[in-house]
Design a protein around this ligand. Structure first.
Ligand code: NAP
Ligand code: MG
Length: 402
């Protein structure tokens, strides 16, 4: 059988622990037999990040800007315990944080829906995608603990010497205060990424903030989205038969619970962080959630939403068998291969991505799945497979359809 040829290489970002093991299995069993895989390989495993003083992370993000599509394995974000475990030179920053900052992206997270794994919310029939702004707000805040009576002010000093001063609070006793910020340019990038993604996937876009309370800060988000939409996207949305609307976050939450799904919900940084965990758990499992970072210039980085599954890795190292779910990592690969196929006009690659996704879901629907799903499925008599055997079962089905 001839393998599918590629033109432009994918940026391949390898990672850590159990997901690194899964990474290799997916390539060997599910991709290389069918695709003449071309990648530019970057080893983001913690040992190599340490050896390169984290330069490899920066290089991989630069390569993504140059080549346009990346696929990333989960990576360890070091804490004090990891510094000790790996004998690190320093506590390197989160690779995802570094890559996100360099690509200025928006993170889109969507559950992978499959028969037999039912959402807790009965009326959800199709996936709900969360679009999370990945810059600023409470993630770049400045905080003080106010020791006692006194006042806290917010002061802007312009480069031209002008000044804006607002009283935050006159304290009569101890308390706390916090300053957060965002940038018009970043909010604009966020808006463009969301509108483009909605057009790309043919889904309605909802956007929510708390603008009734935050009359300047959150209102600025609402206004920028409205301006960008009217100027560049309104006509294209109409042609595509999709809708954009803004609503207060309280209203959005109520509507989401009653909706059927099949739309994108754009959220500010904190709301997106929290709501994506709520959506993924309500749809069944963190191991069934895909994630793609989309930059306003149209660069894509695909990954699984979960981490490196450390607990399973230690079992694996101890020689015990594991049952780690590889679905989100498989879908990171199919997402990247499909996008590469679309950009390079390789229809076979696009259809291969679809086949691999269908083979994966058909395996689960036939009752063959990893332990995390076997515990929650509504299918009778599920068969729990090991990490390796699940991937082999998918390979078996794929060989039949490919
Ligand atoms: P995790 O790897 O997401 O795993 C947490 C738990 O969730 C696991 O112990 C397992 O539960 C379950 N789980 C997650 N993915 C699963 C899968 N594919 N199949 C089956 N079960 C799965 O989070 P963590 O243990 O808190 O973090 C481990 C490392 O991952 C950390 O060093 C962290 O920095 C990193 N991390 C990386 C990313 C990323 O690169 N995107 C994201 C998050 C965390 P049971 O043990 O009960 O089976
Ligand atoms: Mg979170």
């Amino acid at each position: 059988m001839t393998r599918i040829a590629m033109k432009t290489p994918l940026v391949e970002m390898d990672g850590d622990e159990m997901t690194r093991i899964i990474w290799q299995l997916i390539k060997d069993e599910l991709i290389v037999p069918f695709v003449d895989l071309k990648t530019e390989y970057y080893d983001l495993g913690l040992a190599n990040r340490d050896a390169t003083d984290d330069q490899v992370t920066i290089d991989s993000a630069e390569a993504t800007k140059r080549l346009g599509v990346a696929v990333k394995c989960a990576t360890i974000t070091p804490n004090a315990a990891r510094v000790e475990e790996y004998g690190l030179k320093q506590m390197w920053k989160s690779p995802n944080g570094t890559i996100r900052a360099m690509l200025d992206g928006t993170c889109f997270r969507a559950p992978i829906c499959v028969a037999g794994i039912q959402p807790v919310v009965r009326n959800w029939e199709r996936p709900i995608t969360i679009a999370r702004h990945a810059y600023g707000d409470v993630y770049k805040n400045v905080e003080i603990r106010v020791p006692g009576p006194g006042k806290v002010e917010l002061v802007y000093t312009g480069d031209d010497g002008s000044e804006i001063r607002e009283l935050v609070h006159e304290y009569t006793g101890a308390g706390v205060a916090q300053g957060t910020h965002n940038l018009d340019a970043s909010i604009m990038s966020f808006a463009h990424s969301c509108f483009k993604f909605a057009l790309d996937t043919g889904q309605d876009l909802w956007f929510s903030t708390k603008d009734t309370i935050s009359k300047t800060y959150d209102h600025r988000f609402k206004d920028i989205f409205a301006e960008v939409f009217e100027a560049e996207y309104a006509a294209r949305f109409e042609k595509a038969g999709i809708e954009y609307f803004y609503t207060l976050i309280d209203d959005a939450v109520a509507r989401v619970m009653k909706a059927k799904g099949g739309f994108i919900w754009a959220c500010k940084n904190y709301d997106g962080d929290v709501m994506s965990d709520m959506i993924s758990s309500a749809f069944g499992s963190l191991a069934m959630m895909t994630s793609v970072l989309v930059s306003p210039t149209g660069v894509y980085e695909y990954e699984a939403a979960h981490g490196t599954v450390q607990r399973h890795y230690y079992k694996h190292l101890a020689g015990e068998s594991t049952s780690t779910n590889s679905v989100a990592t498989i879908f990171a690969w199919t997402g990247a291969l499909r996008k590469r196929g679309e950009l390079d006009g390789i229809d076979e690659l696009v259809s291969f991505a679809g086949k691999l996704e269908r083979a994966t879901l058909a395996t689960i629907e036939a009752g063959e799945m990893t332990g995390d799903l076997a515990r929650i499925t509504t299918l009778p008599n599920p068969h729990t497979l090991t990490t390796e055997d699940f991937i082999k079962a998918v390979a078996g089905r794929l060989a039949q359809v490919a």
